[in-house]
Design a protein around this ligand. Structure first.
Ligand code: 6GU
Length: 227
Protein backbone atom coordinates (compact mmCIF):
# COMPACT_ATOMS: atom_id res chain seq x y z
CA UNK A 1 0.00 0.00 0.00
CA UNK A 2 1.14 3.53 -0.76
CA UNK A 3 -0.01 6.63 1.16
CA UNK A 4 0.86 10.15 -0.03
CA UNK A 5 0.31 12.84 2.59
CA UNK A 6 0.09 16.53 1.68
CA UNK A 7 0.87 18.92 4.54
CA UNK A 8 2.11 22.41 5.41
CA UNK A 9 3.83 21.07 8.56
CA UNK A 10 5.39 17.77 7.41
CA UNK A 11 7.64 17.70 10.51
CA UNK A 12 4.56 16.83 12.58
CA UNK A 13 4.16 13.55 10.67
CA UNK A 14 7.71 12.28 10.67
CA UNK A 15 8.22 10.90 14.18
CA UNK A 16 4.85 9.17 14.63
CA UNK A 17 5.36 7.18 11.43
CA UNK A 18 9.06 6.36 11.95
CA UNK A 19 8.89 3.88 14.84
CA UNK A 20 7.55 0.57 16.04
CA UNK A 21 5.01 -1.10 13.78
CA UNK A 22 5.01 1.66 11.14
CA UNK A 23 8.79 1.37 10.88
CA UNK A 24 8.54 -2.38 10.37
CA UNK A 25 5.83 -1.98 7.74
CA UNK A 26 8.07 0.39 5.80
CA UNK A 27 11.15 -1.83 6.19
CA UNK A 28 9.21 -4.79 4.82
CA UNK A 29 8.00 -2.55 1.94
CA UNK A 30 4.40 -3.40 2.81
CA UNK A 31 3.67 0.28 3.34
CA UNK A 32 5.18 3.27 1.54
CA UNK A 33 4.40 6.66 3.09
CA UNK A 34 5.51 9.76 1.18
CA UNK A 35 5.09 13.14 2.83
CA UNK A 36 4.82 16.15 0.51
CA UNK A 37 5.29 19.75 1.56
CA UNK A 38 2.44 21.78 0.06
CA UNK A 39 4.75 24.80 -0.27
CA UNK A 40 6.42 23.26 -3.30
CA UNK A 41 3.16 24.07 -5.10
CA UNK A 42 2.86 27.59 -3.62
CA UNK A 43 1.37 30.36 -5.79
CA UNK A 44 4.41 32.67 -5.46
CA UNK A 45 8.05 32.85 -4.39
CA UNK A 46 6.98 33.67 -0.80
CA UNK A 47 5.57 30.17 -0.47
CA UNK A 48 1.99 31.38 -0.17
CA UNK A 49 -0.59 28.59 0.14
CA UNK A 50 -3.33 30.38 2.13
CA UNK A 51 -5.37 33.55 1.81
CA UNK A 52 -8.13 35.60 3.48
CA UNK A 53 -11.63 34.18 3.24
CA UNK A 54 -14.29 35.68 1.01
CA UNK A 55 -17.05 37.26 3.04
CA UNK A 56 -14.65 38.20 5.80
CA UNK A 57 -14.01 36.60 9.16
CA UNK A 58 -11.02 35.54 11.19
CA UNK A 59 -8.65 32.89 9.90
CA UNK A 60 -7.01 32.00 6.62
CA UNK A 61 -8.17 29.43 4.09
CA UNK A 62 -5.93 27.05 2.15
CA UNK A 63 -5.98 28.18 -1.50
CA UNK A 64 -7.29 25.81 -4.17
CA UNK A 65 -4.43 26.10 -6.71
CA UNK A 66 -1.59 24.59 -4.62
CA UNK A 67 -3.80 21.71 -3.48
CA UNK A 68 -5.06 21.02 -7.01
CA UNK A 69 -1.49 21.11 -8.37
CA UNK A 70 -0.30 18.72 -5.66
CA UNK A 71 -3.17 16.29 -6.30
CA UNK A 72 -2.82 16.48 -10.11
CA UNK A 73 0.92 15.93 -9.85
CA UNK A 74 0.39 12.75 -7.81
CA UNK A 75 -2.48 11.55 -10.00
CA UNK A 76 -0.28 11.84 -13.09
CA UNK A 77 2.06 9.27 -11.55
CA UNK A 78 -0.42 6.55 -10.55
CA UNK A 79 -4.16 5.99 -10.06
CA UNK A 80 -5.55 6.69 -6.58
CA UNK A 81 -8.37 4.75 -4.89
CA UNK A 82 -9.18 7.47 -2.35
CA UNK A 83 -8.38 11.14 -1.74
CA UNK A 84 -9.00 11.78 1.93
CA UNK A 85 -9.36 15.17 3.62
CA UNK A 86 -8.70 15.24 7.37
CA UNK A 87 -11.26 17.62 8.89
CA UNK A 88 -13.19 17.90 12.16
CA UNK A 89 -16.45 18.04 10.16
CA UNK A 90 -15.74 14.70 8.46
CA UNK A 91 -17.11 11.23 9.28
CA UNK A 92 -15.85 10.03 12.67
CA UNK A 93 -13.11 7.45 12.16
CA UNK A 94 -13.74 3.91 13.43
CA UNK A 95 -12.27 0.42 13.08
CA UNK A 96 -14.48 -0.64 10.16
CA UNK A 97 -13.30 2.37 8.16
CA UNK A 98 -9.71 1.38 8.94
CA UNK A 99 -10.45 -2.17 7.75
CA UNK A 100 -11.93 -0.93 4.46
CA UNK A 101 -9.17 1.60 3.79
CA UNK A 102 -6.45 -1.00 4.49
CA UNK A 103 -7.61 -2.90 1.39
CA UNK A 104 -6.82 0.00 -0.97
CA UNK A 105 -3.67 0.27 -3.07
CA UNK A 106 -2.90 4.00 -3.31
CA UNK A 107 -4.38 6.81 -1.25
CA UNK A 108 -3.78 10.53 -0.79
CA UNK A 109 -4.35 12.21 2.59
CA UNK A 110 -4.67 15.99 2.78
CA UNK A 111 -4.06 17.69 6.11
CA UNK A 112 -6.10 20.83 6.67
CA UNK A 113 -4.83 23.91 8.50
CA UNK A 114 -6.12 27.35 9.44
CA UNK A 115 -9.86 27.54 8.70
CA UNK A 116 -9.64 24.61 6.31
CA UNK A 117 -9.38 24.24 2.53
CA UNK A 118 -11.32 26.06 -0.19
CA UNK A 119 -14.58 24.17 -0.57
CA UNK A 120 -14.08 23.67 -4.31
CA UNK A 121 -11.23 21.24 -3.63
CA UNK A 122 -13.66 19.19 -1.56
CA UNK A 123 -16.20 19.26 -4.38
CA UNK A 124 -13.71 18.46 -7.14
CA UNK A 125 -11.25 15.99 -5.66
CA UNK A 126 -12.04 14.66 -2.19
CA UNK A 127 -13.58 11.17 -1.95
CA UNK A 128 -13.56 10.74 1.86
CA UNK A 129 -13.68 13.26 4.72
CA UNK A 130 -12.48 11.94 8.07
CA UNK A 131 -12.46 13.33 11.61
CA UNK A 132 -10.87 11.42 14.50
CA UNK A 133 -13.30 12.69 17.13
CA UNK A 134 -15.34 15.55 18.49
CA UNK A 135 -12.58 17.94 19.46
CA UNK A 136 -10.50 20.39 17.45
CA UNK A 137 -6.80 19.91 16.66
CA UNK A 138 -4.51 22.64 15.31
CA UNK A 139 -4.15 20.78 12.04
CA UNK A 140 -4.89 17.49 10.30
CA UNK A 141 -1.39 16.02 10.72
CA UNK A 142 -1.84 14.27 14.08
CA UNK A 143 -5.20 12.96 12.88
CA UNK A 144 -3.58 11.70 9.66
CA UNK A 145 -0.90 9.92 11.71
CA UNK A 146 -3.67 8.20 13.70
CA UNK A 147 -5.40 7.04 10.52
CA UNK A 148 -2.16 5.84 8.86
CA UNK A 149 -1.22 3.88 11.99
CA UNK A 150 -4.66 2.28 12.27
CA UNK A 151 -4.63 1.32 8.57
CA UNK A 152 -0.97 0.33 8.37
CA UNK A 153 -1.10 -2.28 11.11
CA UNK A 154 -3.97 -4.04 9.29
CA UNK A 155 -1.98 -4.66 6.11
CA UNK A 156 -1.32 -8.42 5.92
CA UNK A 157 2.21 -9.24 7.06
CA UNK A 158 2.75 -6.04 9.06
CA UNK A 159 1.97 -7.56 12.45
CA UNK A 160 4.11 -10.53 13.47
CA UNK A 161 1.20 -12.62 14.62
CA UNK A 162 -1.57 -12.00 12.14
CA UNK A 163 -4.27 -13.11 14.50
CA UNK A 164 -3.38 -10.33 16.89
CA UNK A 165 -5.19 -7.69 14.82
CA UNK A 166 -8.27 -9.91 14.84
CA UNK A 167 -8.36 -9.94 18.64
CA UNK A 168 -7.96 -6.16 19.02
CA UNK A 169 -10.64 -4.16 20.77
CA UNK A 170 -13.42 -3.15 18.33
CA UNK A 171 -12.57 -5.79 15.73
CA UNK A 172 -15.71 -7.75 16.73
CA UNK A 173 -17.46 -4.87 18.52
CA UNK A 174 -15.97 -6.07 21.81
CA UNK A 175 -13.32 -4.44 23.96
CA UNK A 176 -10.25 -6.59 24.59
CA UNK A 177 -10.09 -8.70 27.80
CA UNK A 178 -7.52 -7.93 30.55
CA UNK A 179 -3.99 -9.24 30.00
CA UNK A 180 -1.24 -10.25 32.44
CA UNK A 181 2.44 -11.08 32.35
CA UNK A 182 4.98 -12.16 35.00
CA UNK A 183 5.11 -12.09 37.98
CA UNK A 184 2.07 -14.23 38.88
CA UNK A 185 1.75 -12.28 42.14
CA UNK A 186 2.27 -8.50 42.05
CA UNK A 187 1.74 -6.48 45.21
CA UNK A 188 -0.63 -9.15 46.42
CA UNK A 189 -2.71 -9.18 43.23
CA UNK A 190 -2.69 -12.61 41.59
CA UNK A 191 -3.11 -13.50 37.94
CA UNK A 192 -6.45 -15.35 37.53
CA UNK A 193 -5.86 -19.10 38.02
CA UNK A 194 -7.51 -20.00 34.73
CA UNK A 195 -4.71 -18.27 32.78
CA UNK A 196 -2.15 -20.55 34.50
CA UNK A 197 -4.23 -23.70 33.91
CA UNK A 198 -2.99 -24.48 30.40
CA UNK A 199 -6.58 -25.32 29.37
CA UNK A 200 -6.77 -23.35 26.10
CA UNK A 201 -10.49 -23.86 25.60
CA UNK A 202 -11.34 -22.64 29.12
CA UNK A 203 -8.97 -19.70 28.68
CA UNK A 204 -10.67 -18.68 25.45
CA UNK A 205 -14.09 -18.87 27.13
CA UNK A 206 -12.84 -16.81 30.07
CA UNK A 207 -11.43 -14.15 27.74
CA UNK A 208 -14.70 -13.94 25.86
CA UNK A 209 -16.66 -13.54 29.10
CA UNK A 210 -14.26 -10.86 30.33
CA UNK A 211 -14.46 -9.01 27.01
CA UNK A 212 -18.26 -9.14 27.14
CA UNK A 213 -18.36 -7.93 30.75
CA UNK A 214 -15.99 -5.03 30.04
CA UNK A 215 -17.93 -4.01 26.96
CA UNK A 216 -21.27 -4.07 28.85
CA UNK A 217 -19.80 -1.95 31.61
CA UNK A 218 -17.73 0.54 29.60
CA UNK A 219 -19.18 0.67 26.09
CA UNK A 220 -22.70 -0.79 26.04
CA UNK A 221 -23.26 1.19 22.82
CA UNK A 222 -20.95 -1.25 20.98
CA UNK A 223 -23.31 -4.15 21.74
CA UNK A 224 -26.26 -2.31 20.16
CA UNK A 225 -24.47 -1.75 16.86
CA UNK A 226 -25.49 -3.71 13.82
CA UNK A 227 -23.30 -3.64 10.67
CL1 6GU B 1 -9.11 15.38 11.04
N1 6GU B 1 -8.53 17.77 11.97
C1 6GU B 1 -8.55 18.72 12.91
N2 6GU B 1 -7.98 19.89 12.67
N3 6GU B 1 -9.14 18.56 14.10
C2 6GU B 1 -9.71 17.36 14.32
C3 6GU B 1 -9.71 16.33 13.37
C4 6GU B 1 -9.11 16.57 12.19
N4 6GU B 1 -10.37 15.29 13.89
C5 6GU B 1 -10.74 15.66 15.11
N5 6GU B 1 -10.35 16.90 15.37
Amino acid sequence: MRIDIISVVPELLESPLAHSIMKRAKEKSLLVVEIHHLRQWAVNEYGQVDDYQYGGGAGMVMMPEPLASAIESLKSQRPYDAIIYMTPDGETFHQKMANRLSLLENIIIICGHYKGIDDRIRQLYITHEISIGDYVLSGGELAAAVVVDAIGRLIPGVLNNETSALTDSFQDNLLAPPVYTRPADFQGLKVPDILLSGDLKKIEEWRYEQAMERTKKRRPDLLQEEE
